[in-house]
Design a protein around this ligand. Structure first.
Ligand code: GLN
Length: 562
């Protein structure tokens, strides 16, 4: 008997390995998208466009993003660092690419769709503290790579998807990306080449002095990938000029891919053109062939192209102001800008968005900055910088009957503006801006007061809201019960609700569980709505958000009445 036990112990790693390989025998196919040569090439858009094309072939597809930085999630990042923080229904604070995935696919993402190195290390270290590694030395390989692989497979193992696209953040060759590339190498080996593949997104620079497109950076980047044991199956080449057949042949030969797997990705007018351009280049076809799936059948893209048709052929142009303090970086308000363009297309209207820096807005220049606009959005945000400019903007649009949509901090500022200038509570404020303010019309909920950690502790994710019958917001949604996503710590203080309502700002959406005010509106104004939640996160190409659609309609009416 003891002999048998010894044999078992010696063989157990082998058994374990065989078992892990058997577990990998799923029917789900995996596509990894890596990037080379430069950052900001738009891996997220390529991943989302490919997913859209595969979805149009009736495959169930999702996209996940693995980010190599050490923050556990992007929730604690300043928007200047990494653009907007996108929030999912289940309350994950994620990379903004998840917003693209949802907008393109019309499918919800979750916490599992965005993983960072910080989160991977956090769970490995927690396991180590619990003693789960049984005395072993915990190392990047195999422990970190195993955790990465486990998370890469998680959504595929749910059985809900036929194809999982995994975008690897960063650029090939970065030190911090190495464990991800190694995990991809291992997974391809374990899953087999017809179940897993790599798309490498690269840049083909144009040297105007030579009048030529250059392939060398791509050759080097593919070589770097190869040094890690990963072969690119498809090259998606970002370029400002069309790629000739000669260059395609050269790229194919030197980068070890078929010529049909060299895909040109030329600069597009809009990100929503990219799926159509990728289809013309045959990206879906080469992917399906590599994964031994059926060649593309007639693809169901009619709703998408109908959207594009409207988007590109507007009947009029309106001007909207977006008042915020992170306006230098367009990515800070990505979902708002996209939601506005979905709503514009729905109304066959081009919406020109003018970014207005709230820090440099005051009563002396407000007329000049806001006077000609058809509508104004006051953006979400944190902290006191630029607050007075937001309040002044809201006062101006309230007094001048300009359609107004306040989102999160924008709604809170609308409450403060009303309390100060209409209700007559001169020192009304939020405790976020002044902790010891006398009249805290916006304040922390009791349960938030004891929280010290900043990461993942706000009111996050989808919460229910009941809309008051007969209110404007109720007619916009056409239903009483809604669910919207949140990301904030401070709330409307119900102590002041009666005073604020009786002076004309109605609380028209209430959280049924907590009684918190989620929507305010001013019935004495043509269109004045503030929402504590973020409607922009739920707007997609195929289902534009009703609140943005109605806001654009209101701005359009304002434009026509001028
Ligand atoms: N800073 C505000 C809060 O935490 C609003 C947040 C936001 O606009 N997302 O409540």
């Amino acid at each position: 008997m003891p002999k048998k036990r010894i044999v078992f112990v010696i063989l157990s790693p082998v058994f374990k390995h065989v078992i892990s390989q058997q577990n990998r025998m799923s029917t789900t196919k995996y596509i990894f998208v890596t990037g080379g040569v430069s950052s900001s090439l738009g891996k997220g858009i390529i991943a989302a466009s490919l997913a859209k094309l595969l979805q149009a072939q009736q495959y169930r597809v999702t996209i996940q993003k693995f980010d190599p930085y050490l923050n556990v999630d992007p929730g604690t990042l300043n928007p200047y660092e990494h653009g907007e923080c996108f929030v999912t229904d289940d309350g994950a604070e994620t990379d903004l690419d998840l917003g693209h995935y949802e907008r393109f696919l019309n499918v919800r993402t979750s916490q599992a769709n965005n993983v960072t190195t910080g989160r991977v290390y956090q769970s490995v270290i927690e396991k180590e503290r619990r003693g789960e590694f049984l005395g072993k030395t915990v190392q990047v390989i195999p422990h970190i790579t195993n955790e990465i692989k486990h998370r890469m497979m998680l959504l595929g193992e749910s059985g809900d998807y036929d194809i999982i696209i995994t975008e690897i953040g960063g650029t090939v060759g970065d030190i911090e990306s190495l464990p991800y590339i190694e995990s991809v190498r291992q997974l391809i080996w374990e899953l087999g080449e017809e179940n897993a593949m790599v798309i490498h997104l690269t840049l083909i620079p144009y040297l105007s002095a030579a009048g030529e497109l250059k392939t060398k950076p791509t050759q080097h980047s593919v070589k770097t990938l190869m040094e890690s044991g990963v072969k690119a199956n498809v090259l998606v080449c970002r370029t400002e000029h069309p790629i000739s057949d000669e260059i395609r042949q050269k790229l194919a030969l030197f980068c070890n891919v078929k010529p049909s797997a060299v895909i040109e990705s030329i600069d597009a007018d809009t990100i929503y053109d990219v799926p159509v351009l990728m289809q013309k280049e045959g990206l879906d076809k080469v992917v399906l062939q590599t994964l031994k799936l059926n060649d593309p059948q007639t693809s169901e893209m009619s709703k998408w192209t109908a959207f594009l048709e409207k988007f590109k052929n507007p009947k009029q142009t309106i001007n909207i102001g977006l008042v915020g303090k992170y306006v230098e970086l367009q990515d800070s308000y990505k979902s708002i800008l996209e939601a506005v363009s979905h709503a514009g297309a729905m109304n066959e209207t081009k919406v020109e968005v003018h970014s207005i820096h709230s820090e440099f807005l005051d009563e002396s220049n407000i007329e000049e900055k806001l006077g000609g606009l058809d509508g104004v959005i006051v953006a979400p945000g944190f902290g006191g910088r630029g607050i007075q400019g937001k309040i002044d903007a809201i006062k101006y649009v309230r007094e001048h009957n300009i359609p107004f949509l306040g989102i999160c901090l924008g709604m809170q500022m609308a409450v403060i503006e009303h309390a100060r200038n209409v209700t007559g509570i001169a020192d009304a404020n939020s405790t976020e801006m002044n902790e010891s303010c006398e009249a805290a019309v916006i304040s922390l909920m009791e349960e938030q007061k004891a929280i010290e950690d900043k990461g993942g502790t706000m009111r996050l994710g989808a919460w229910a809201c009941e809309l008051k019958e007969g209110s404007k917001i109720h007619s916009i949604y056409g239903q009483t019960s809604i669910e919207e996503r949140h990301r904030h710590r401070y709330e409307f203080n119900n102590f002041y609700k009666e005073a604020i309502e009786s002076s004309g700002l109605q609380a028209s959406g209430i959280n049924p569980e907590t009684n918190l005010v989620e929507v305010v509106e001013n019935p004495n104004h043509p269109w004045f709505i503030g929402v504590q939640y973020h409607p922009e996160y739920k707007s997609t190409v195929l289902s534009p958000h009703p609140l943005f659609v109605a806001f654009v309609q209101a701005a359009l009416t304002n434009y026509r009445d001028k």
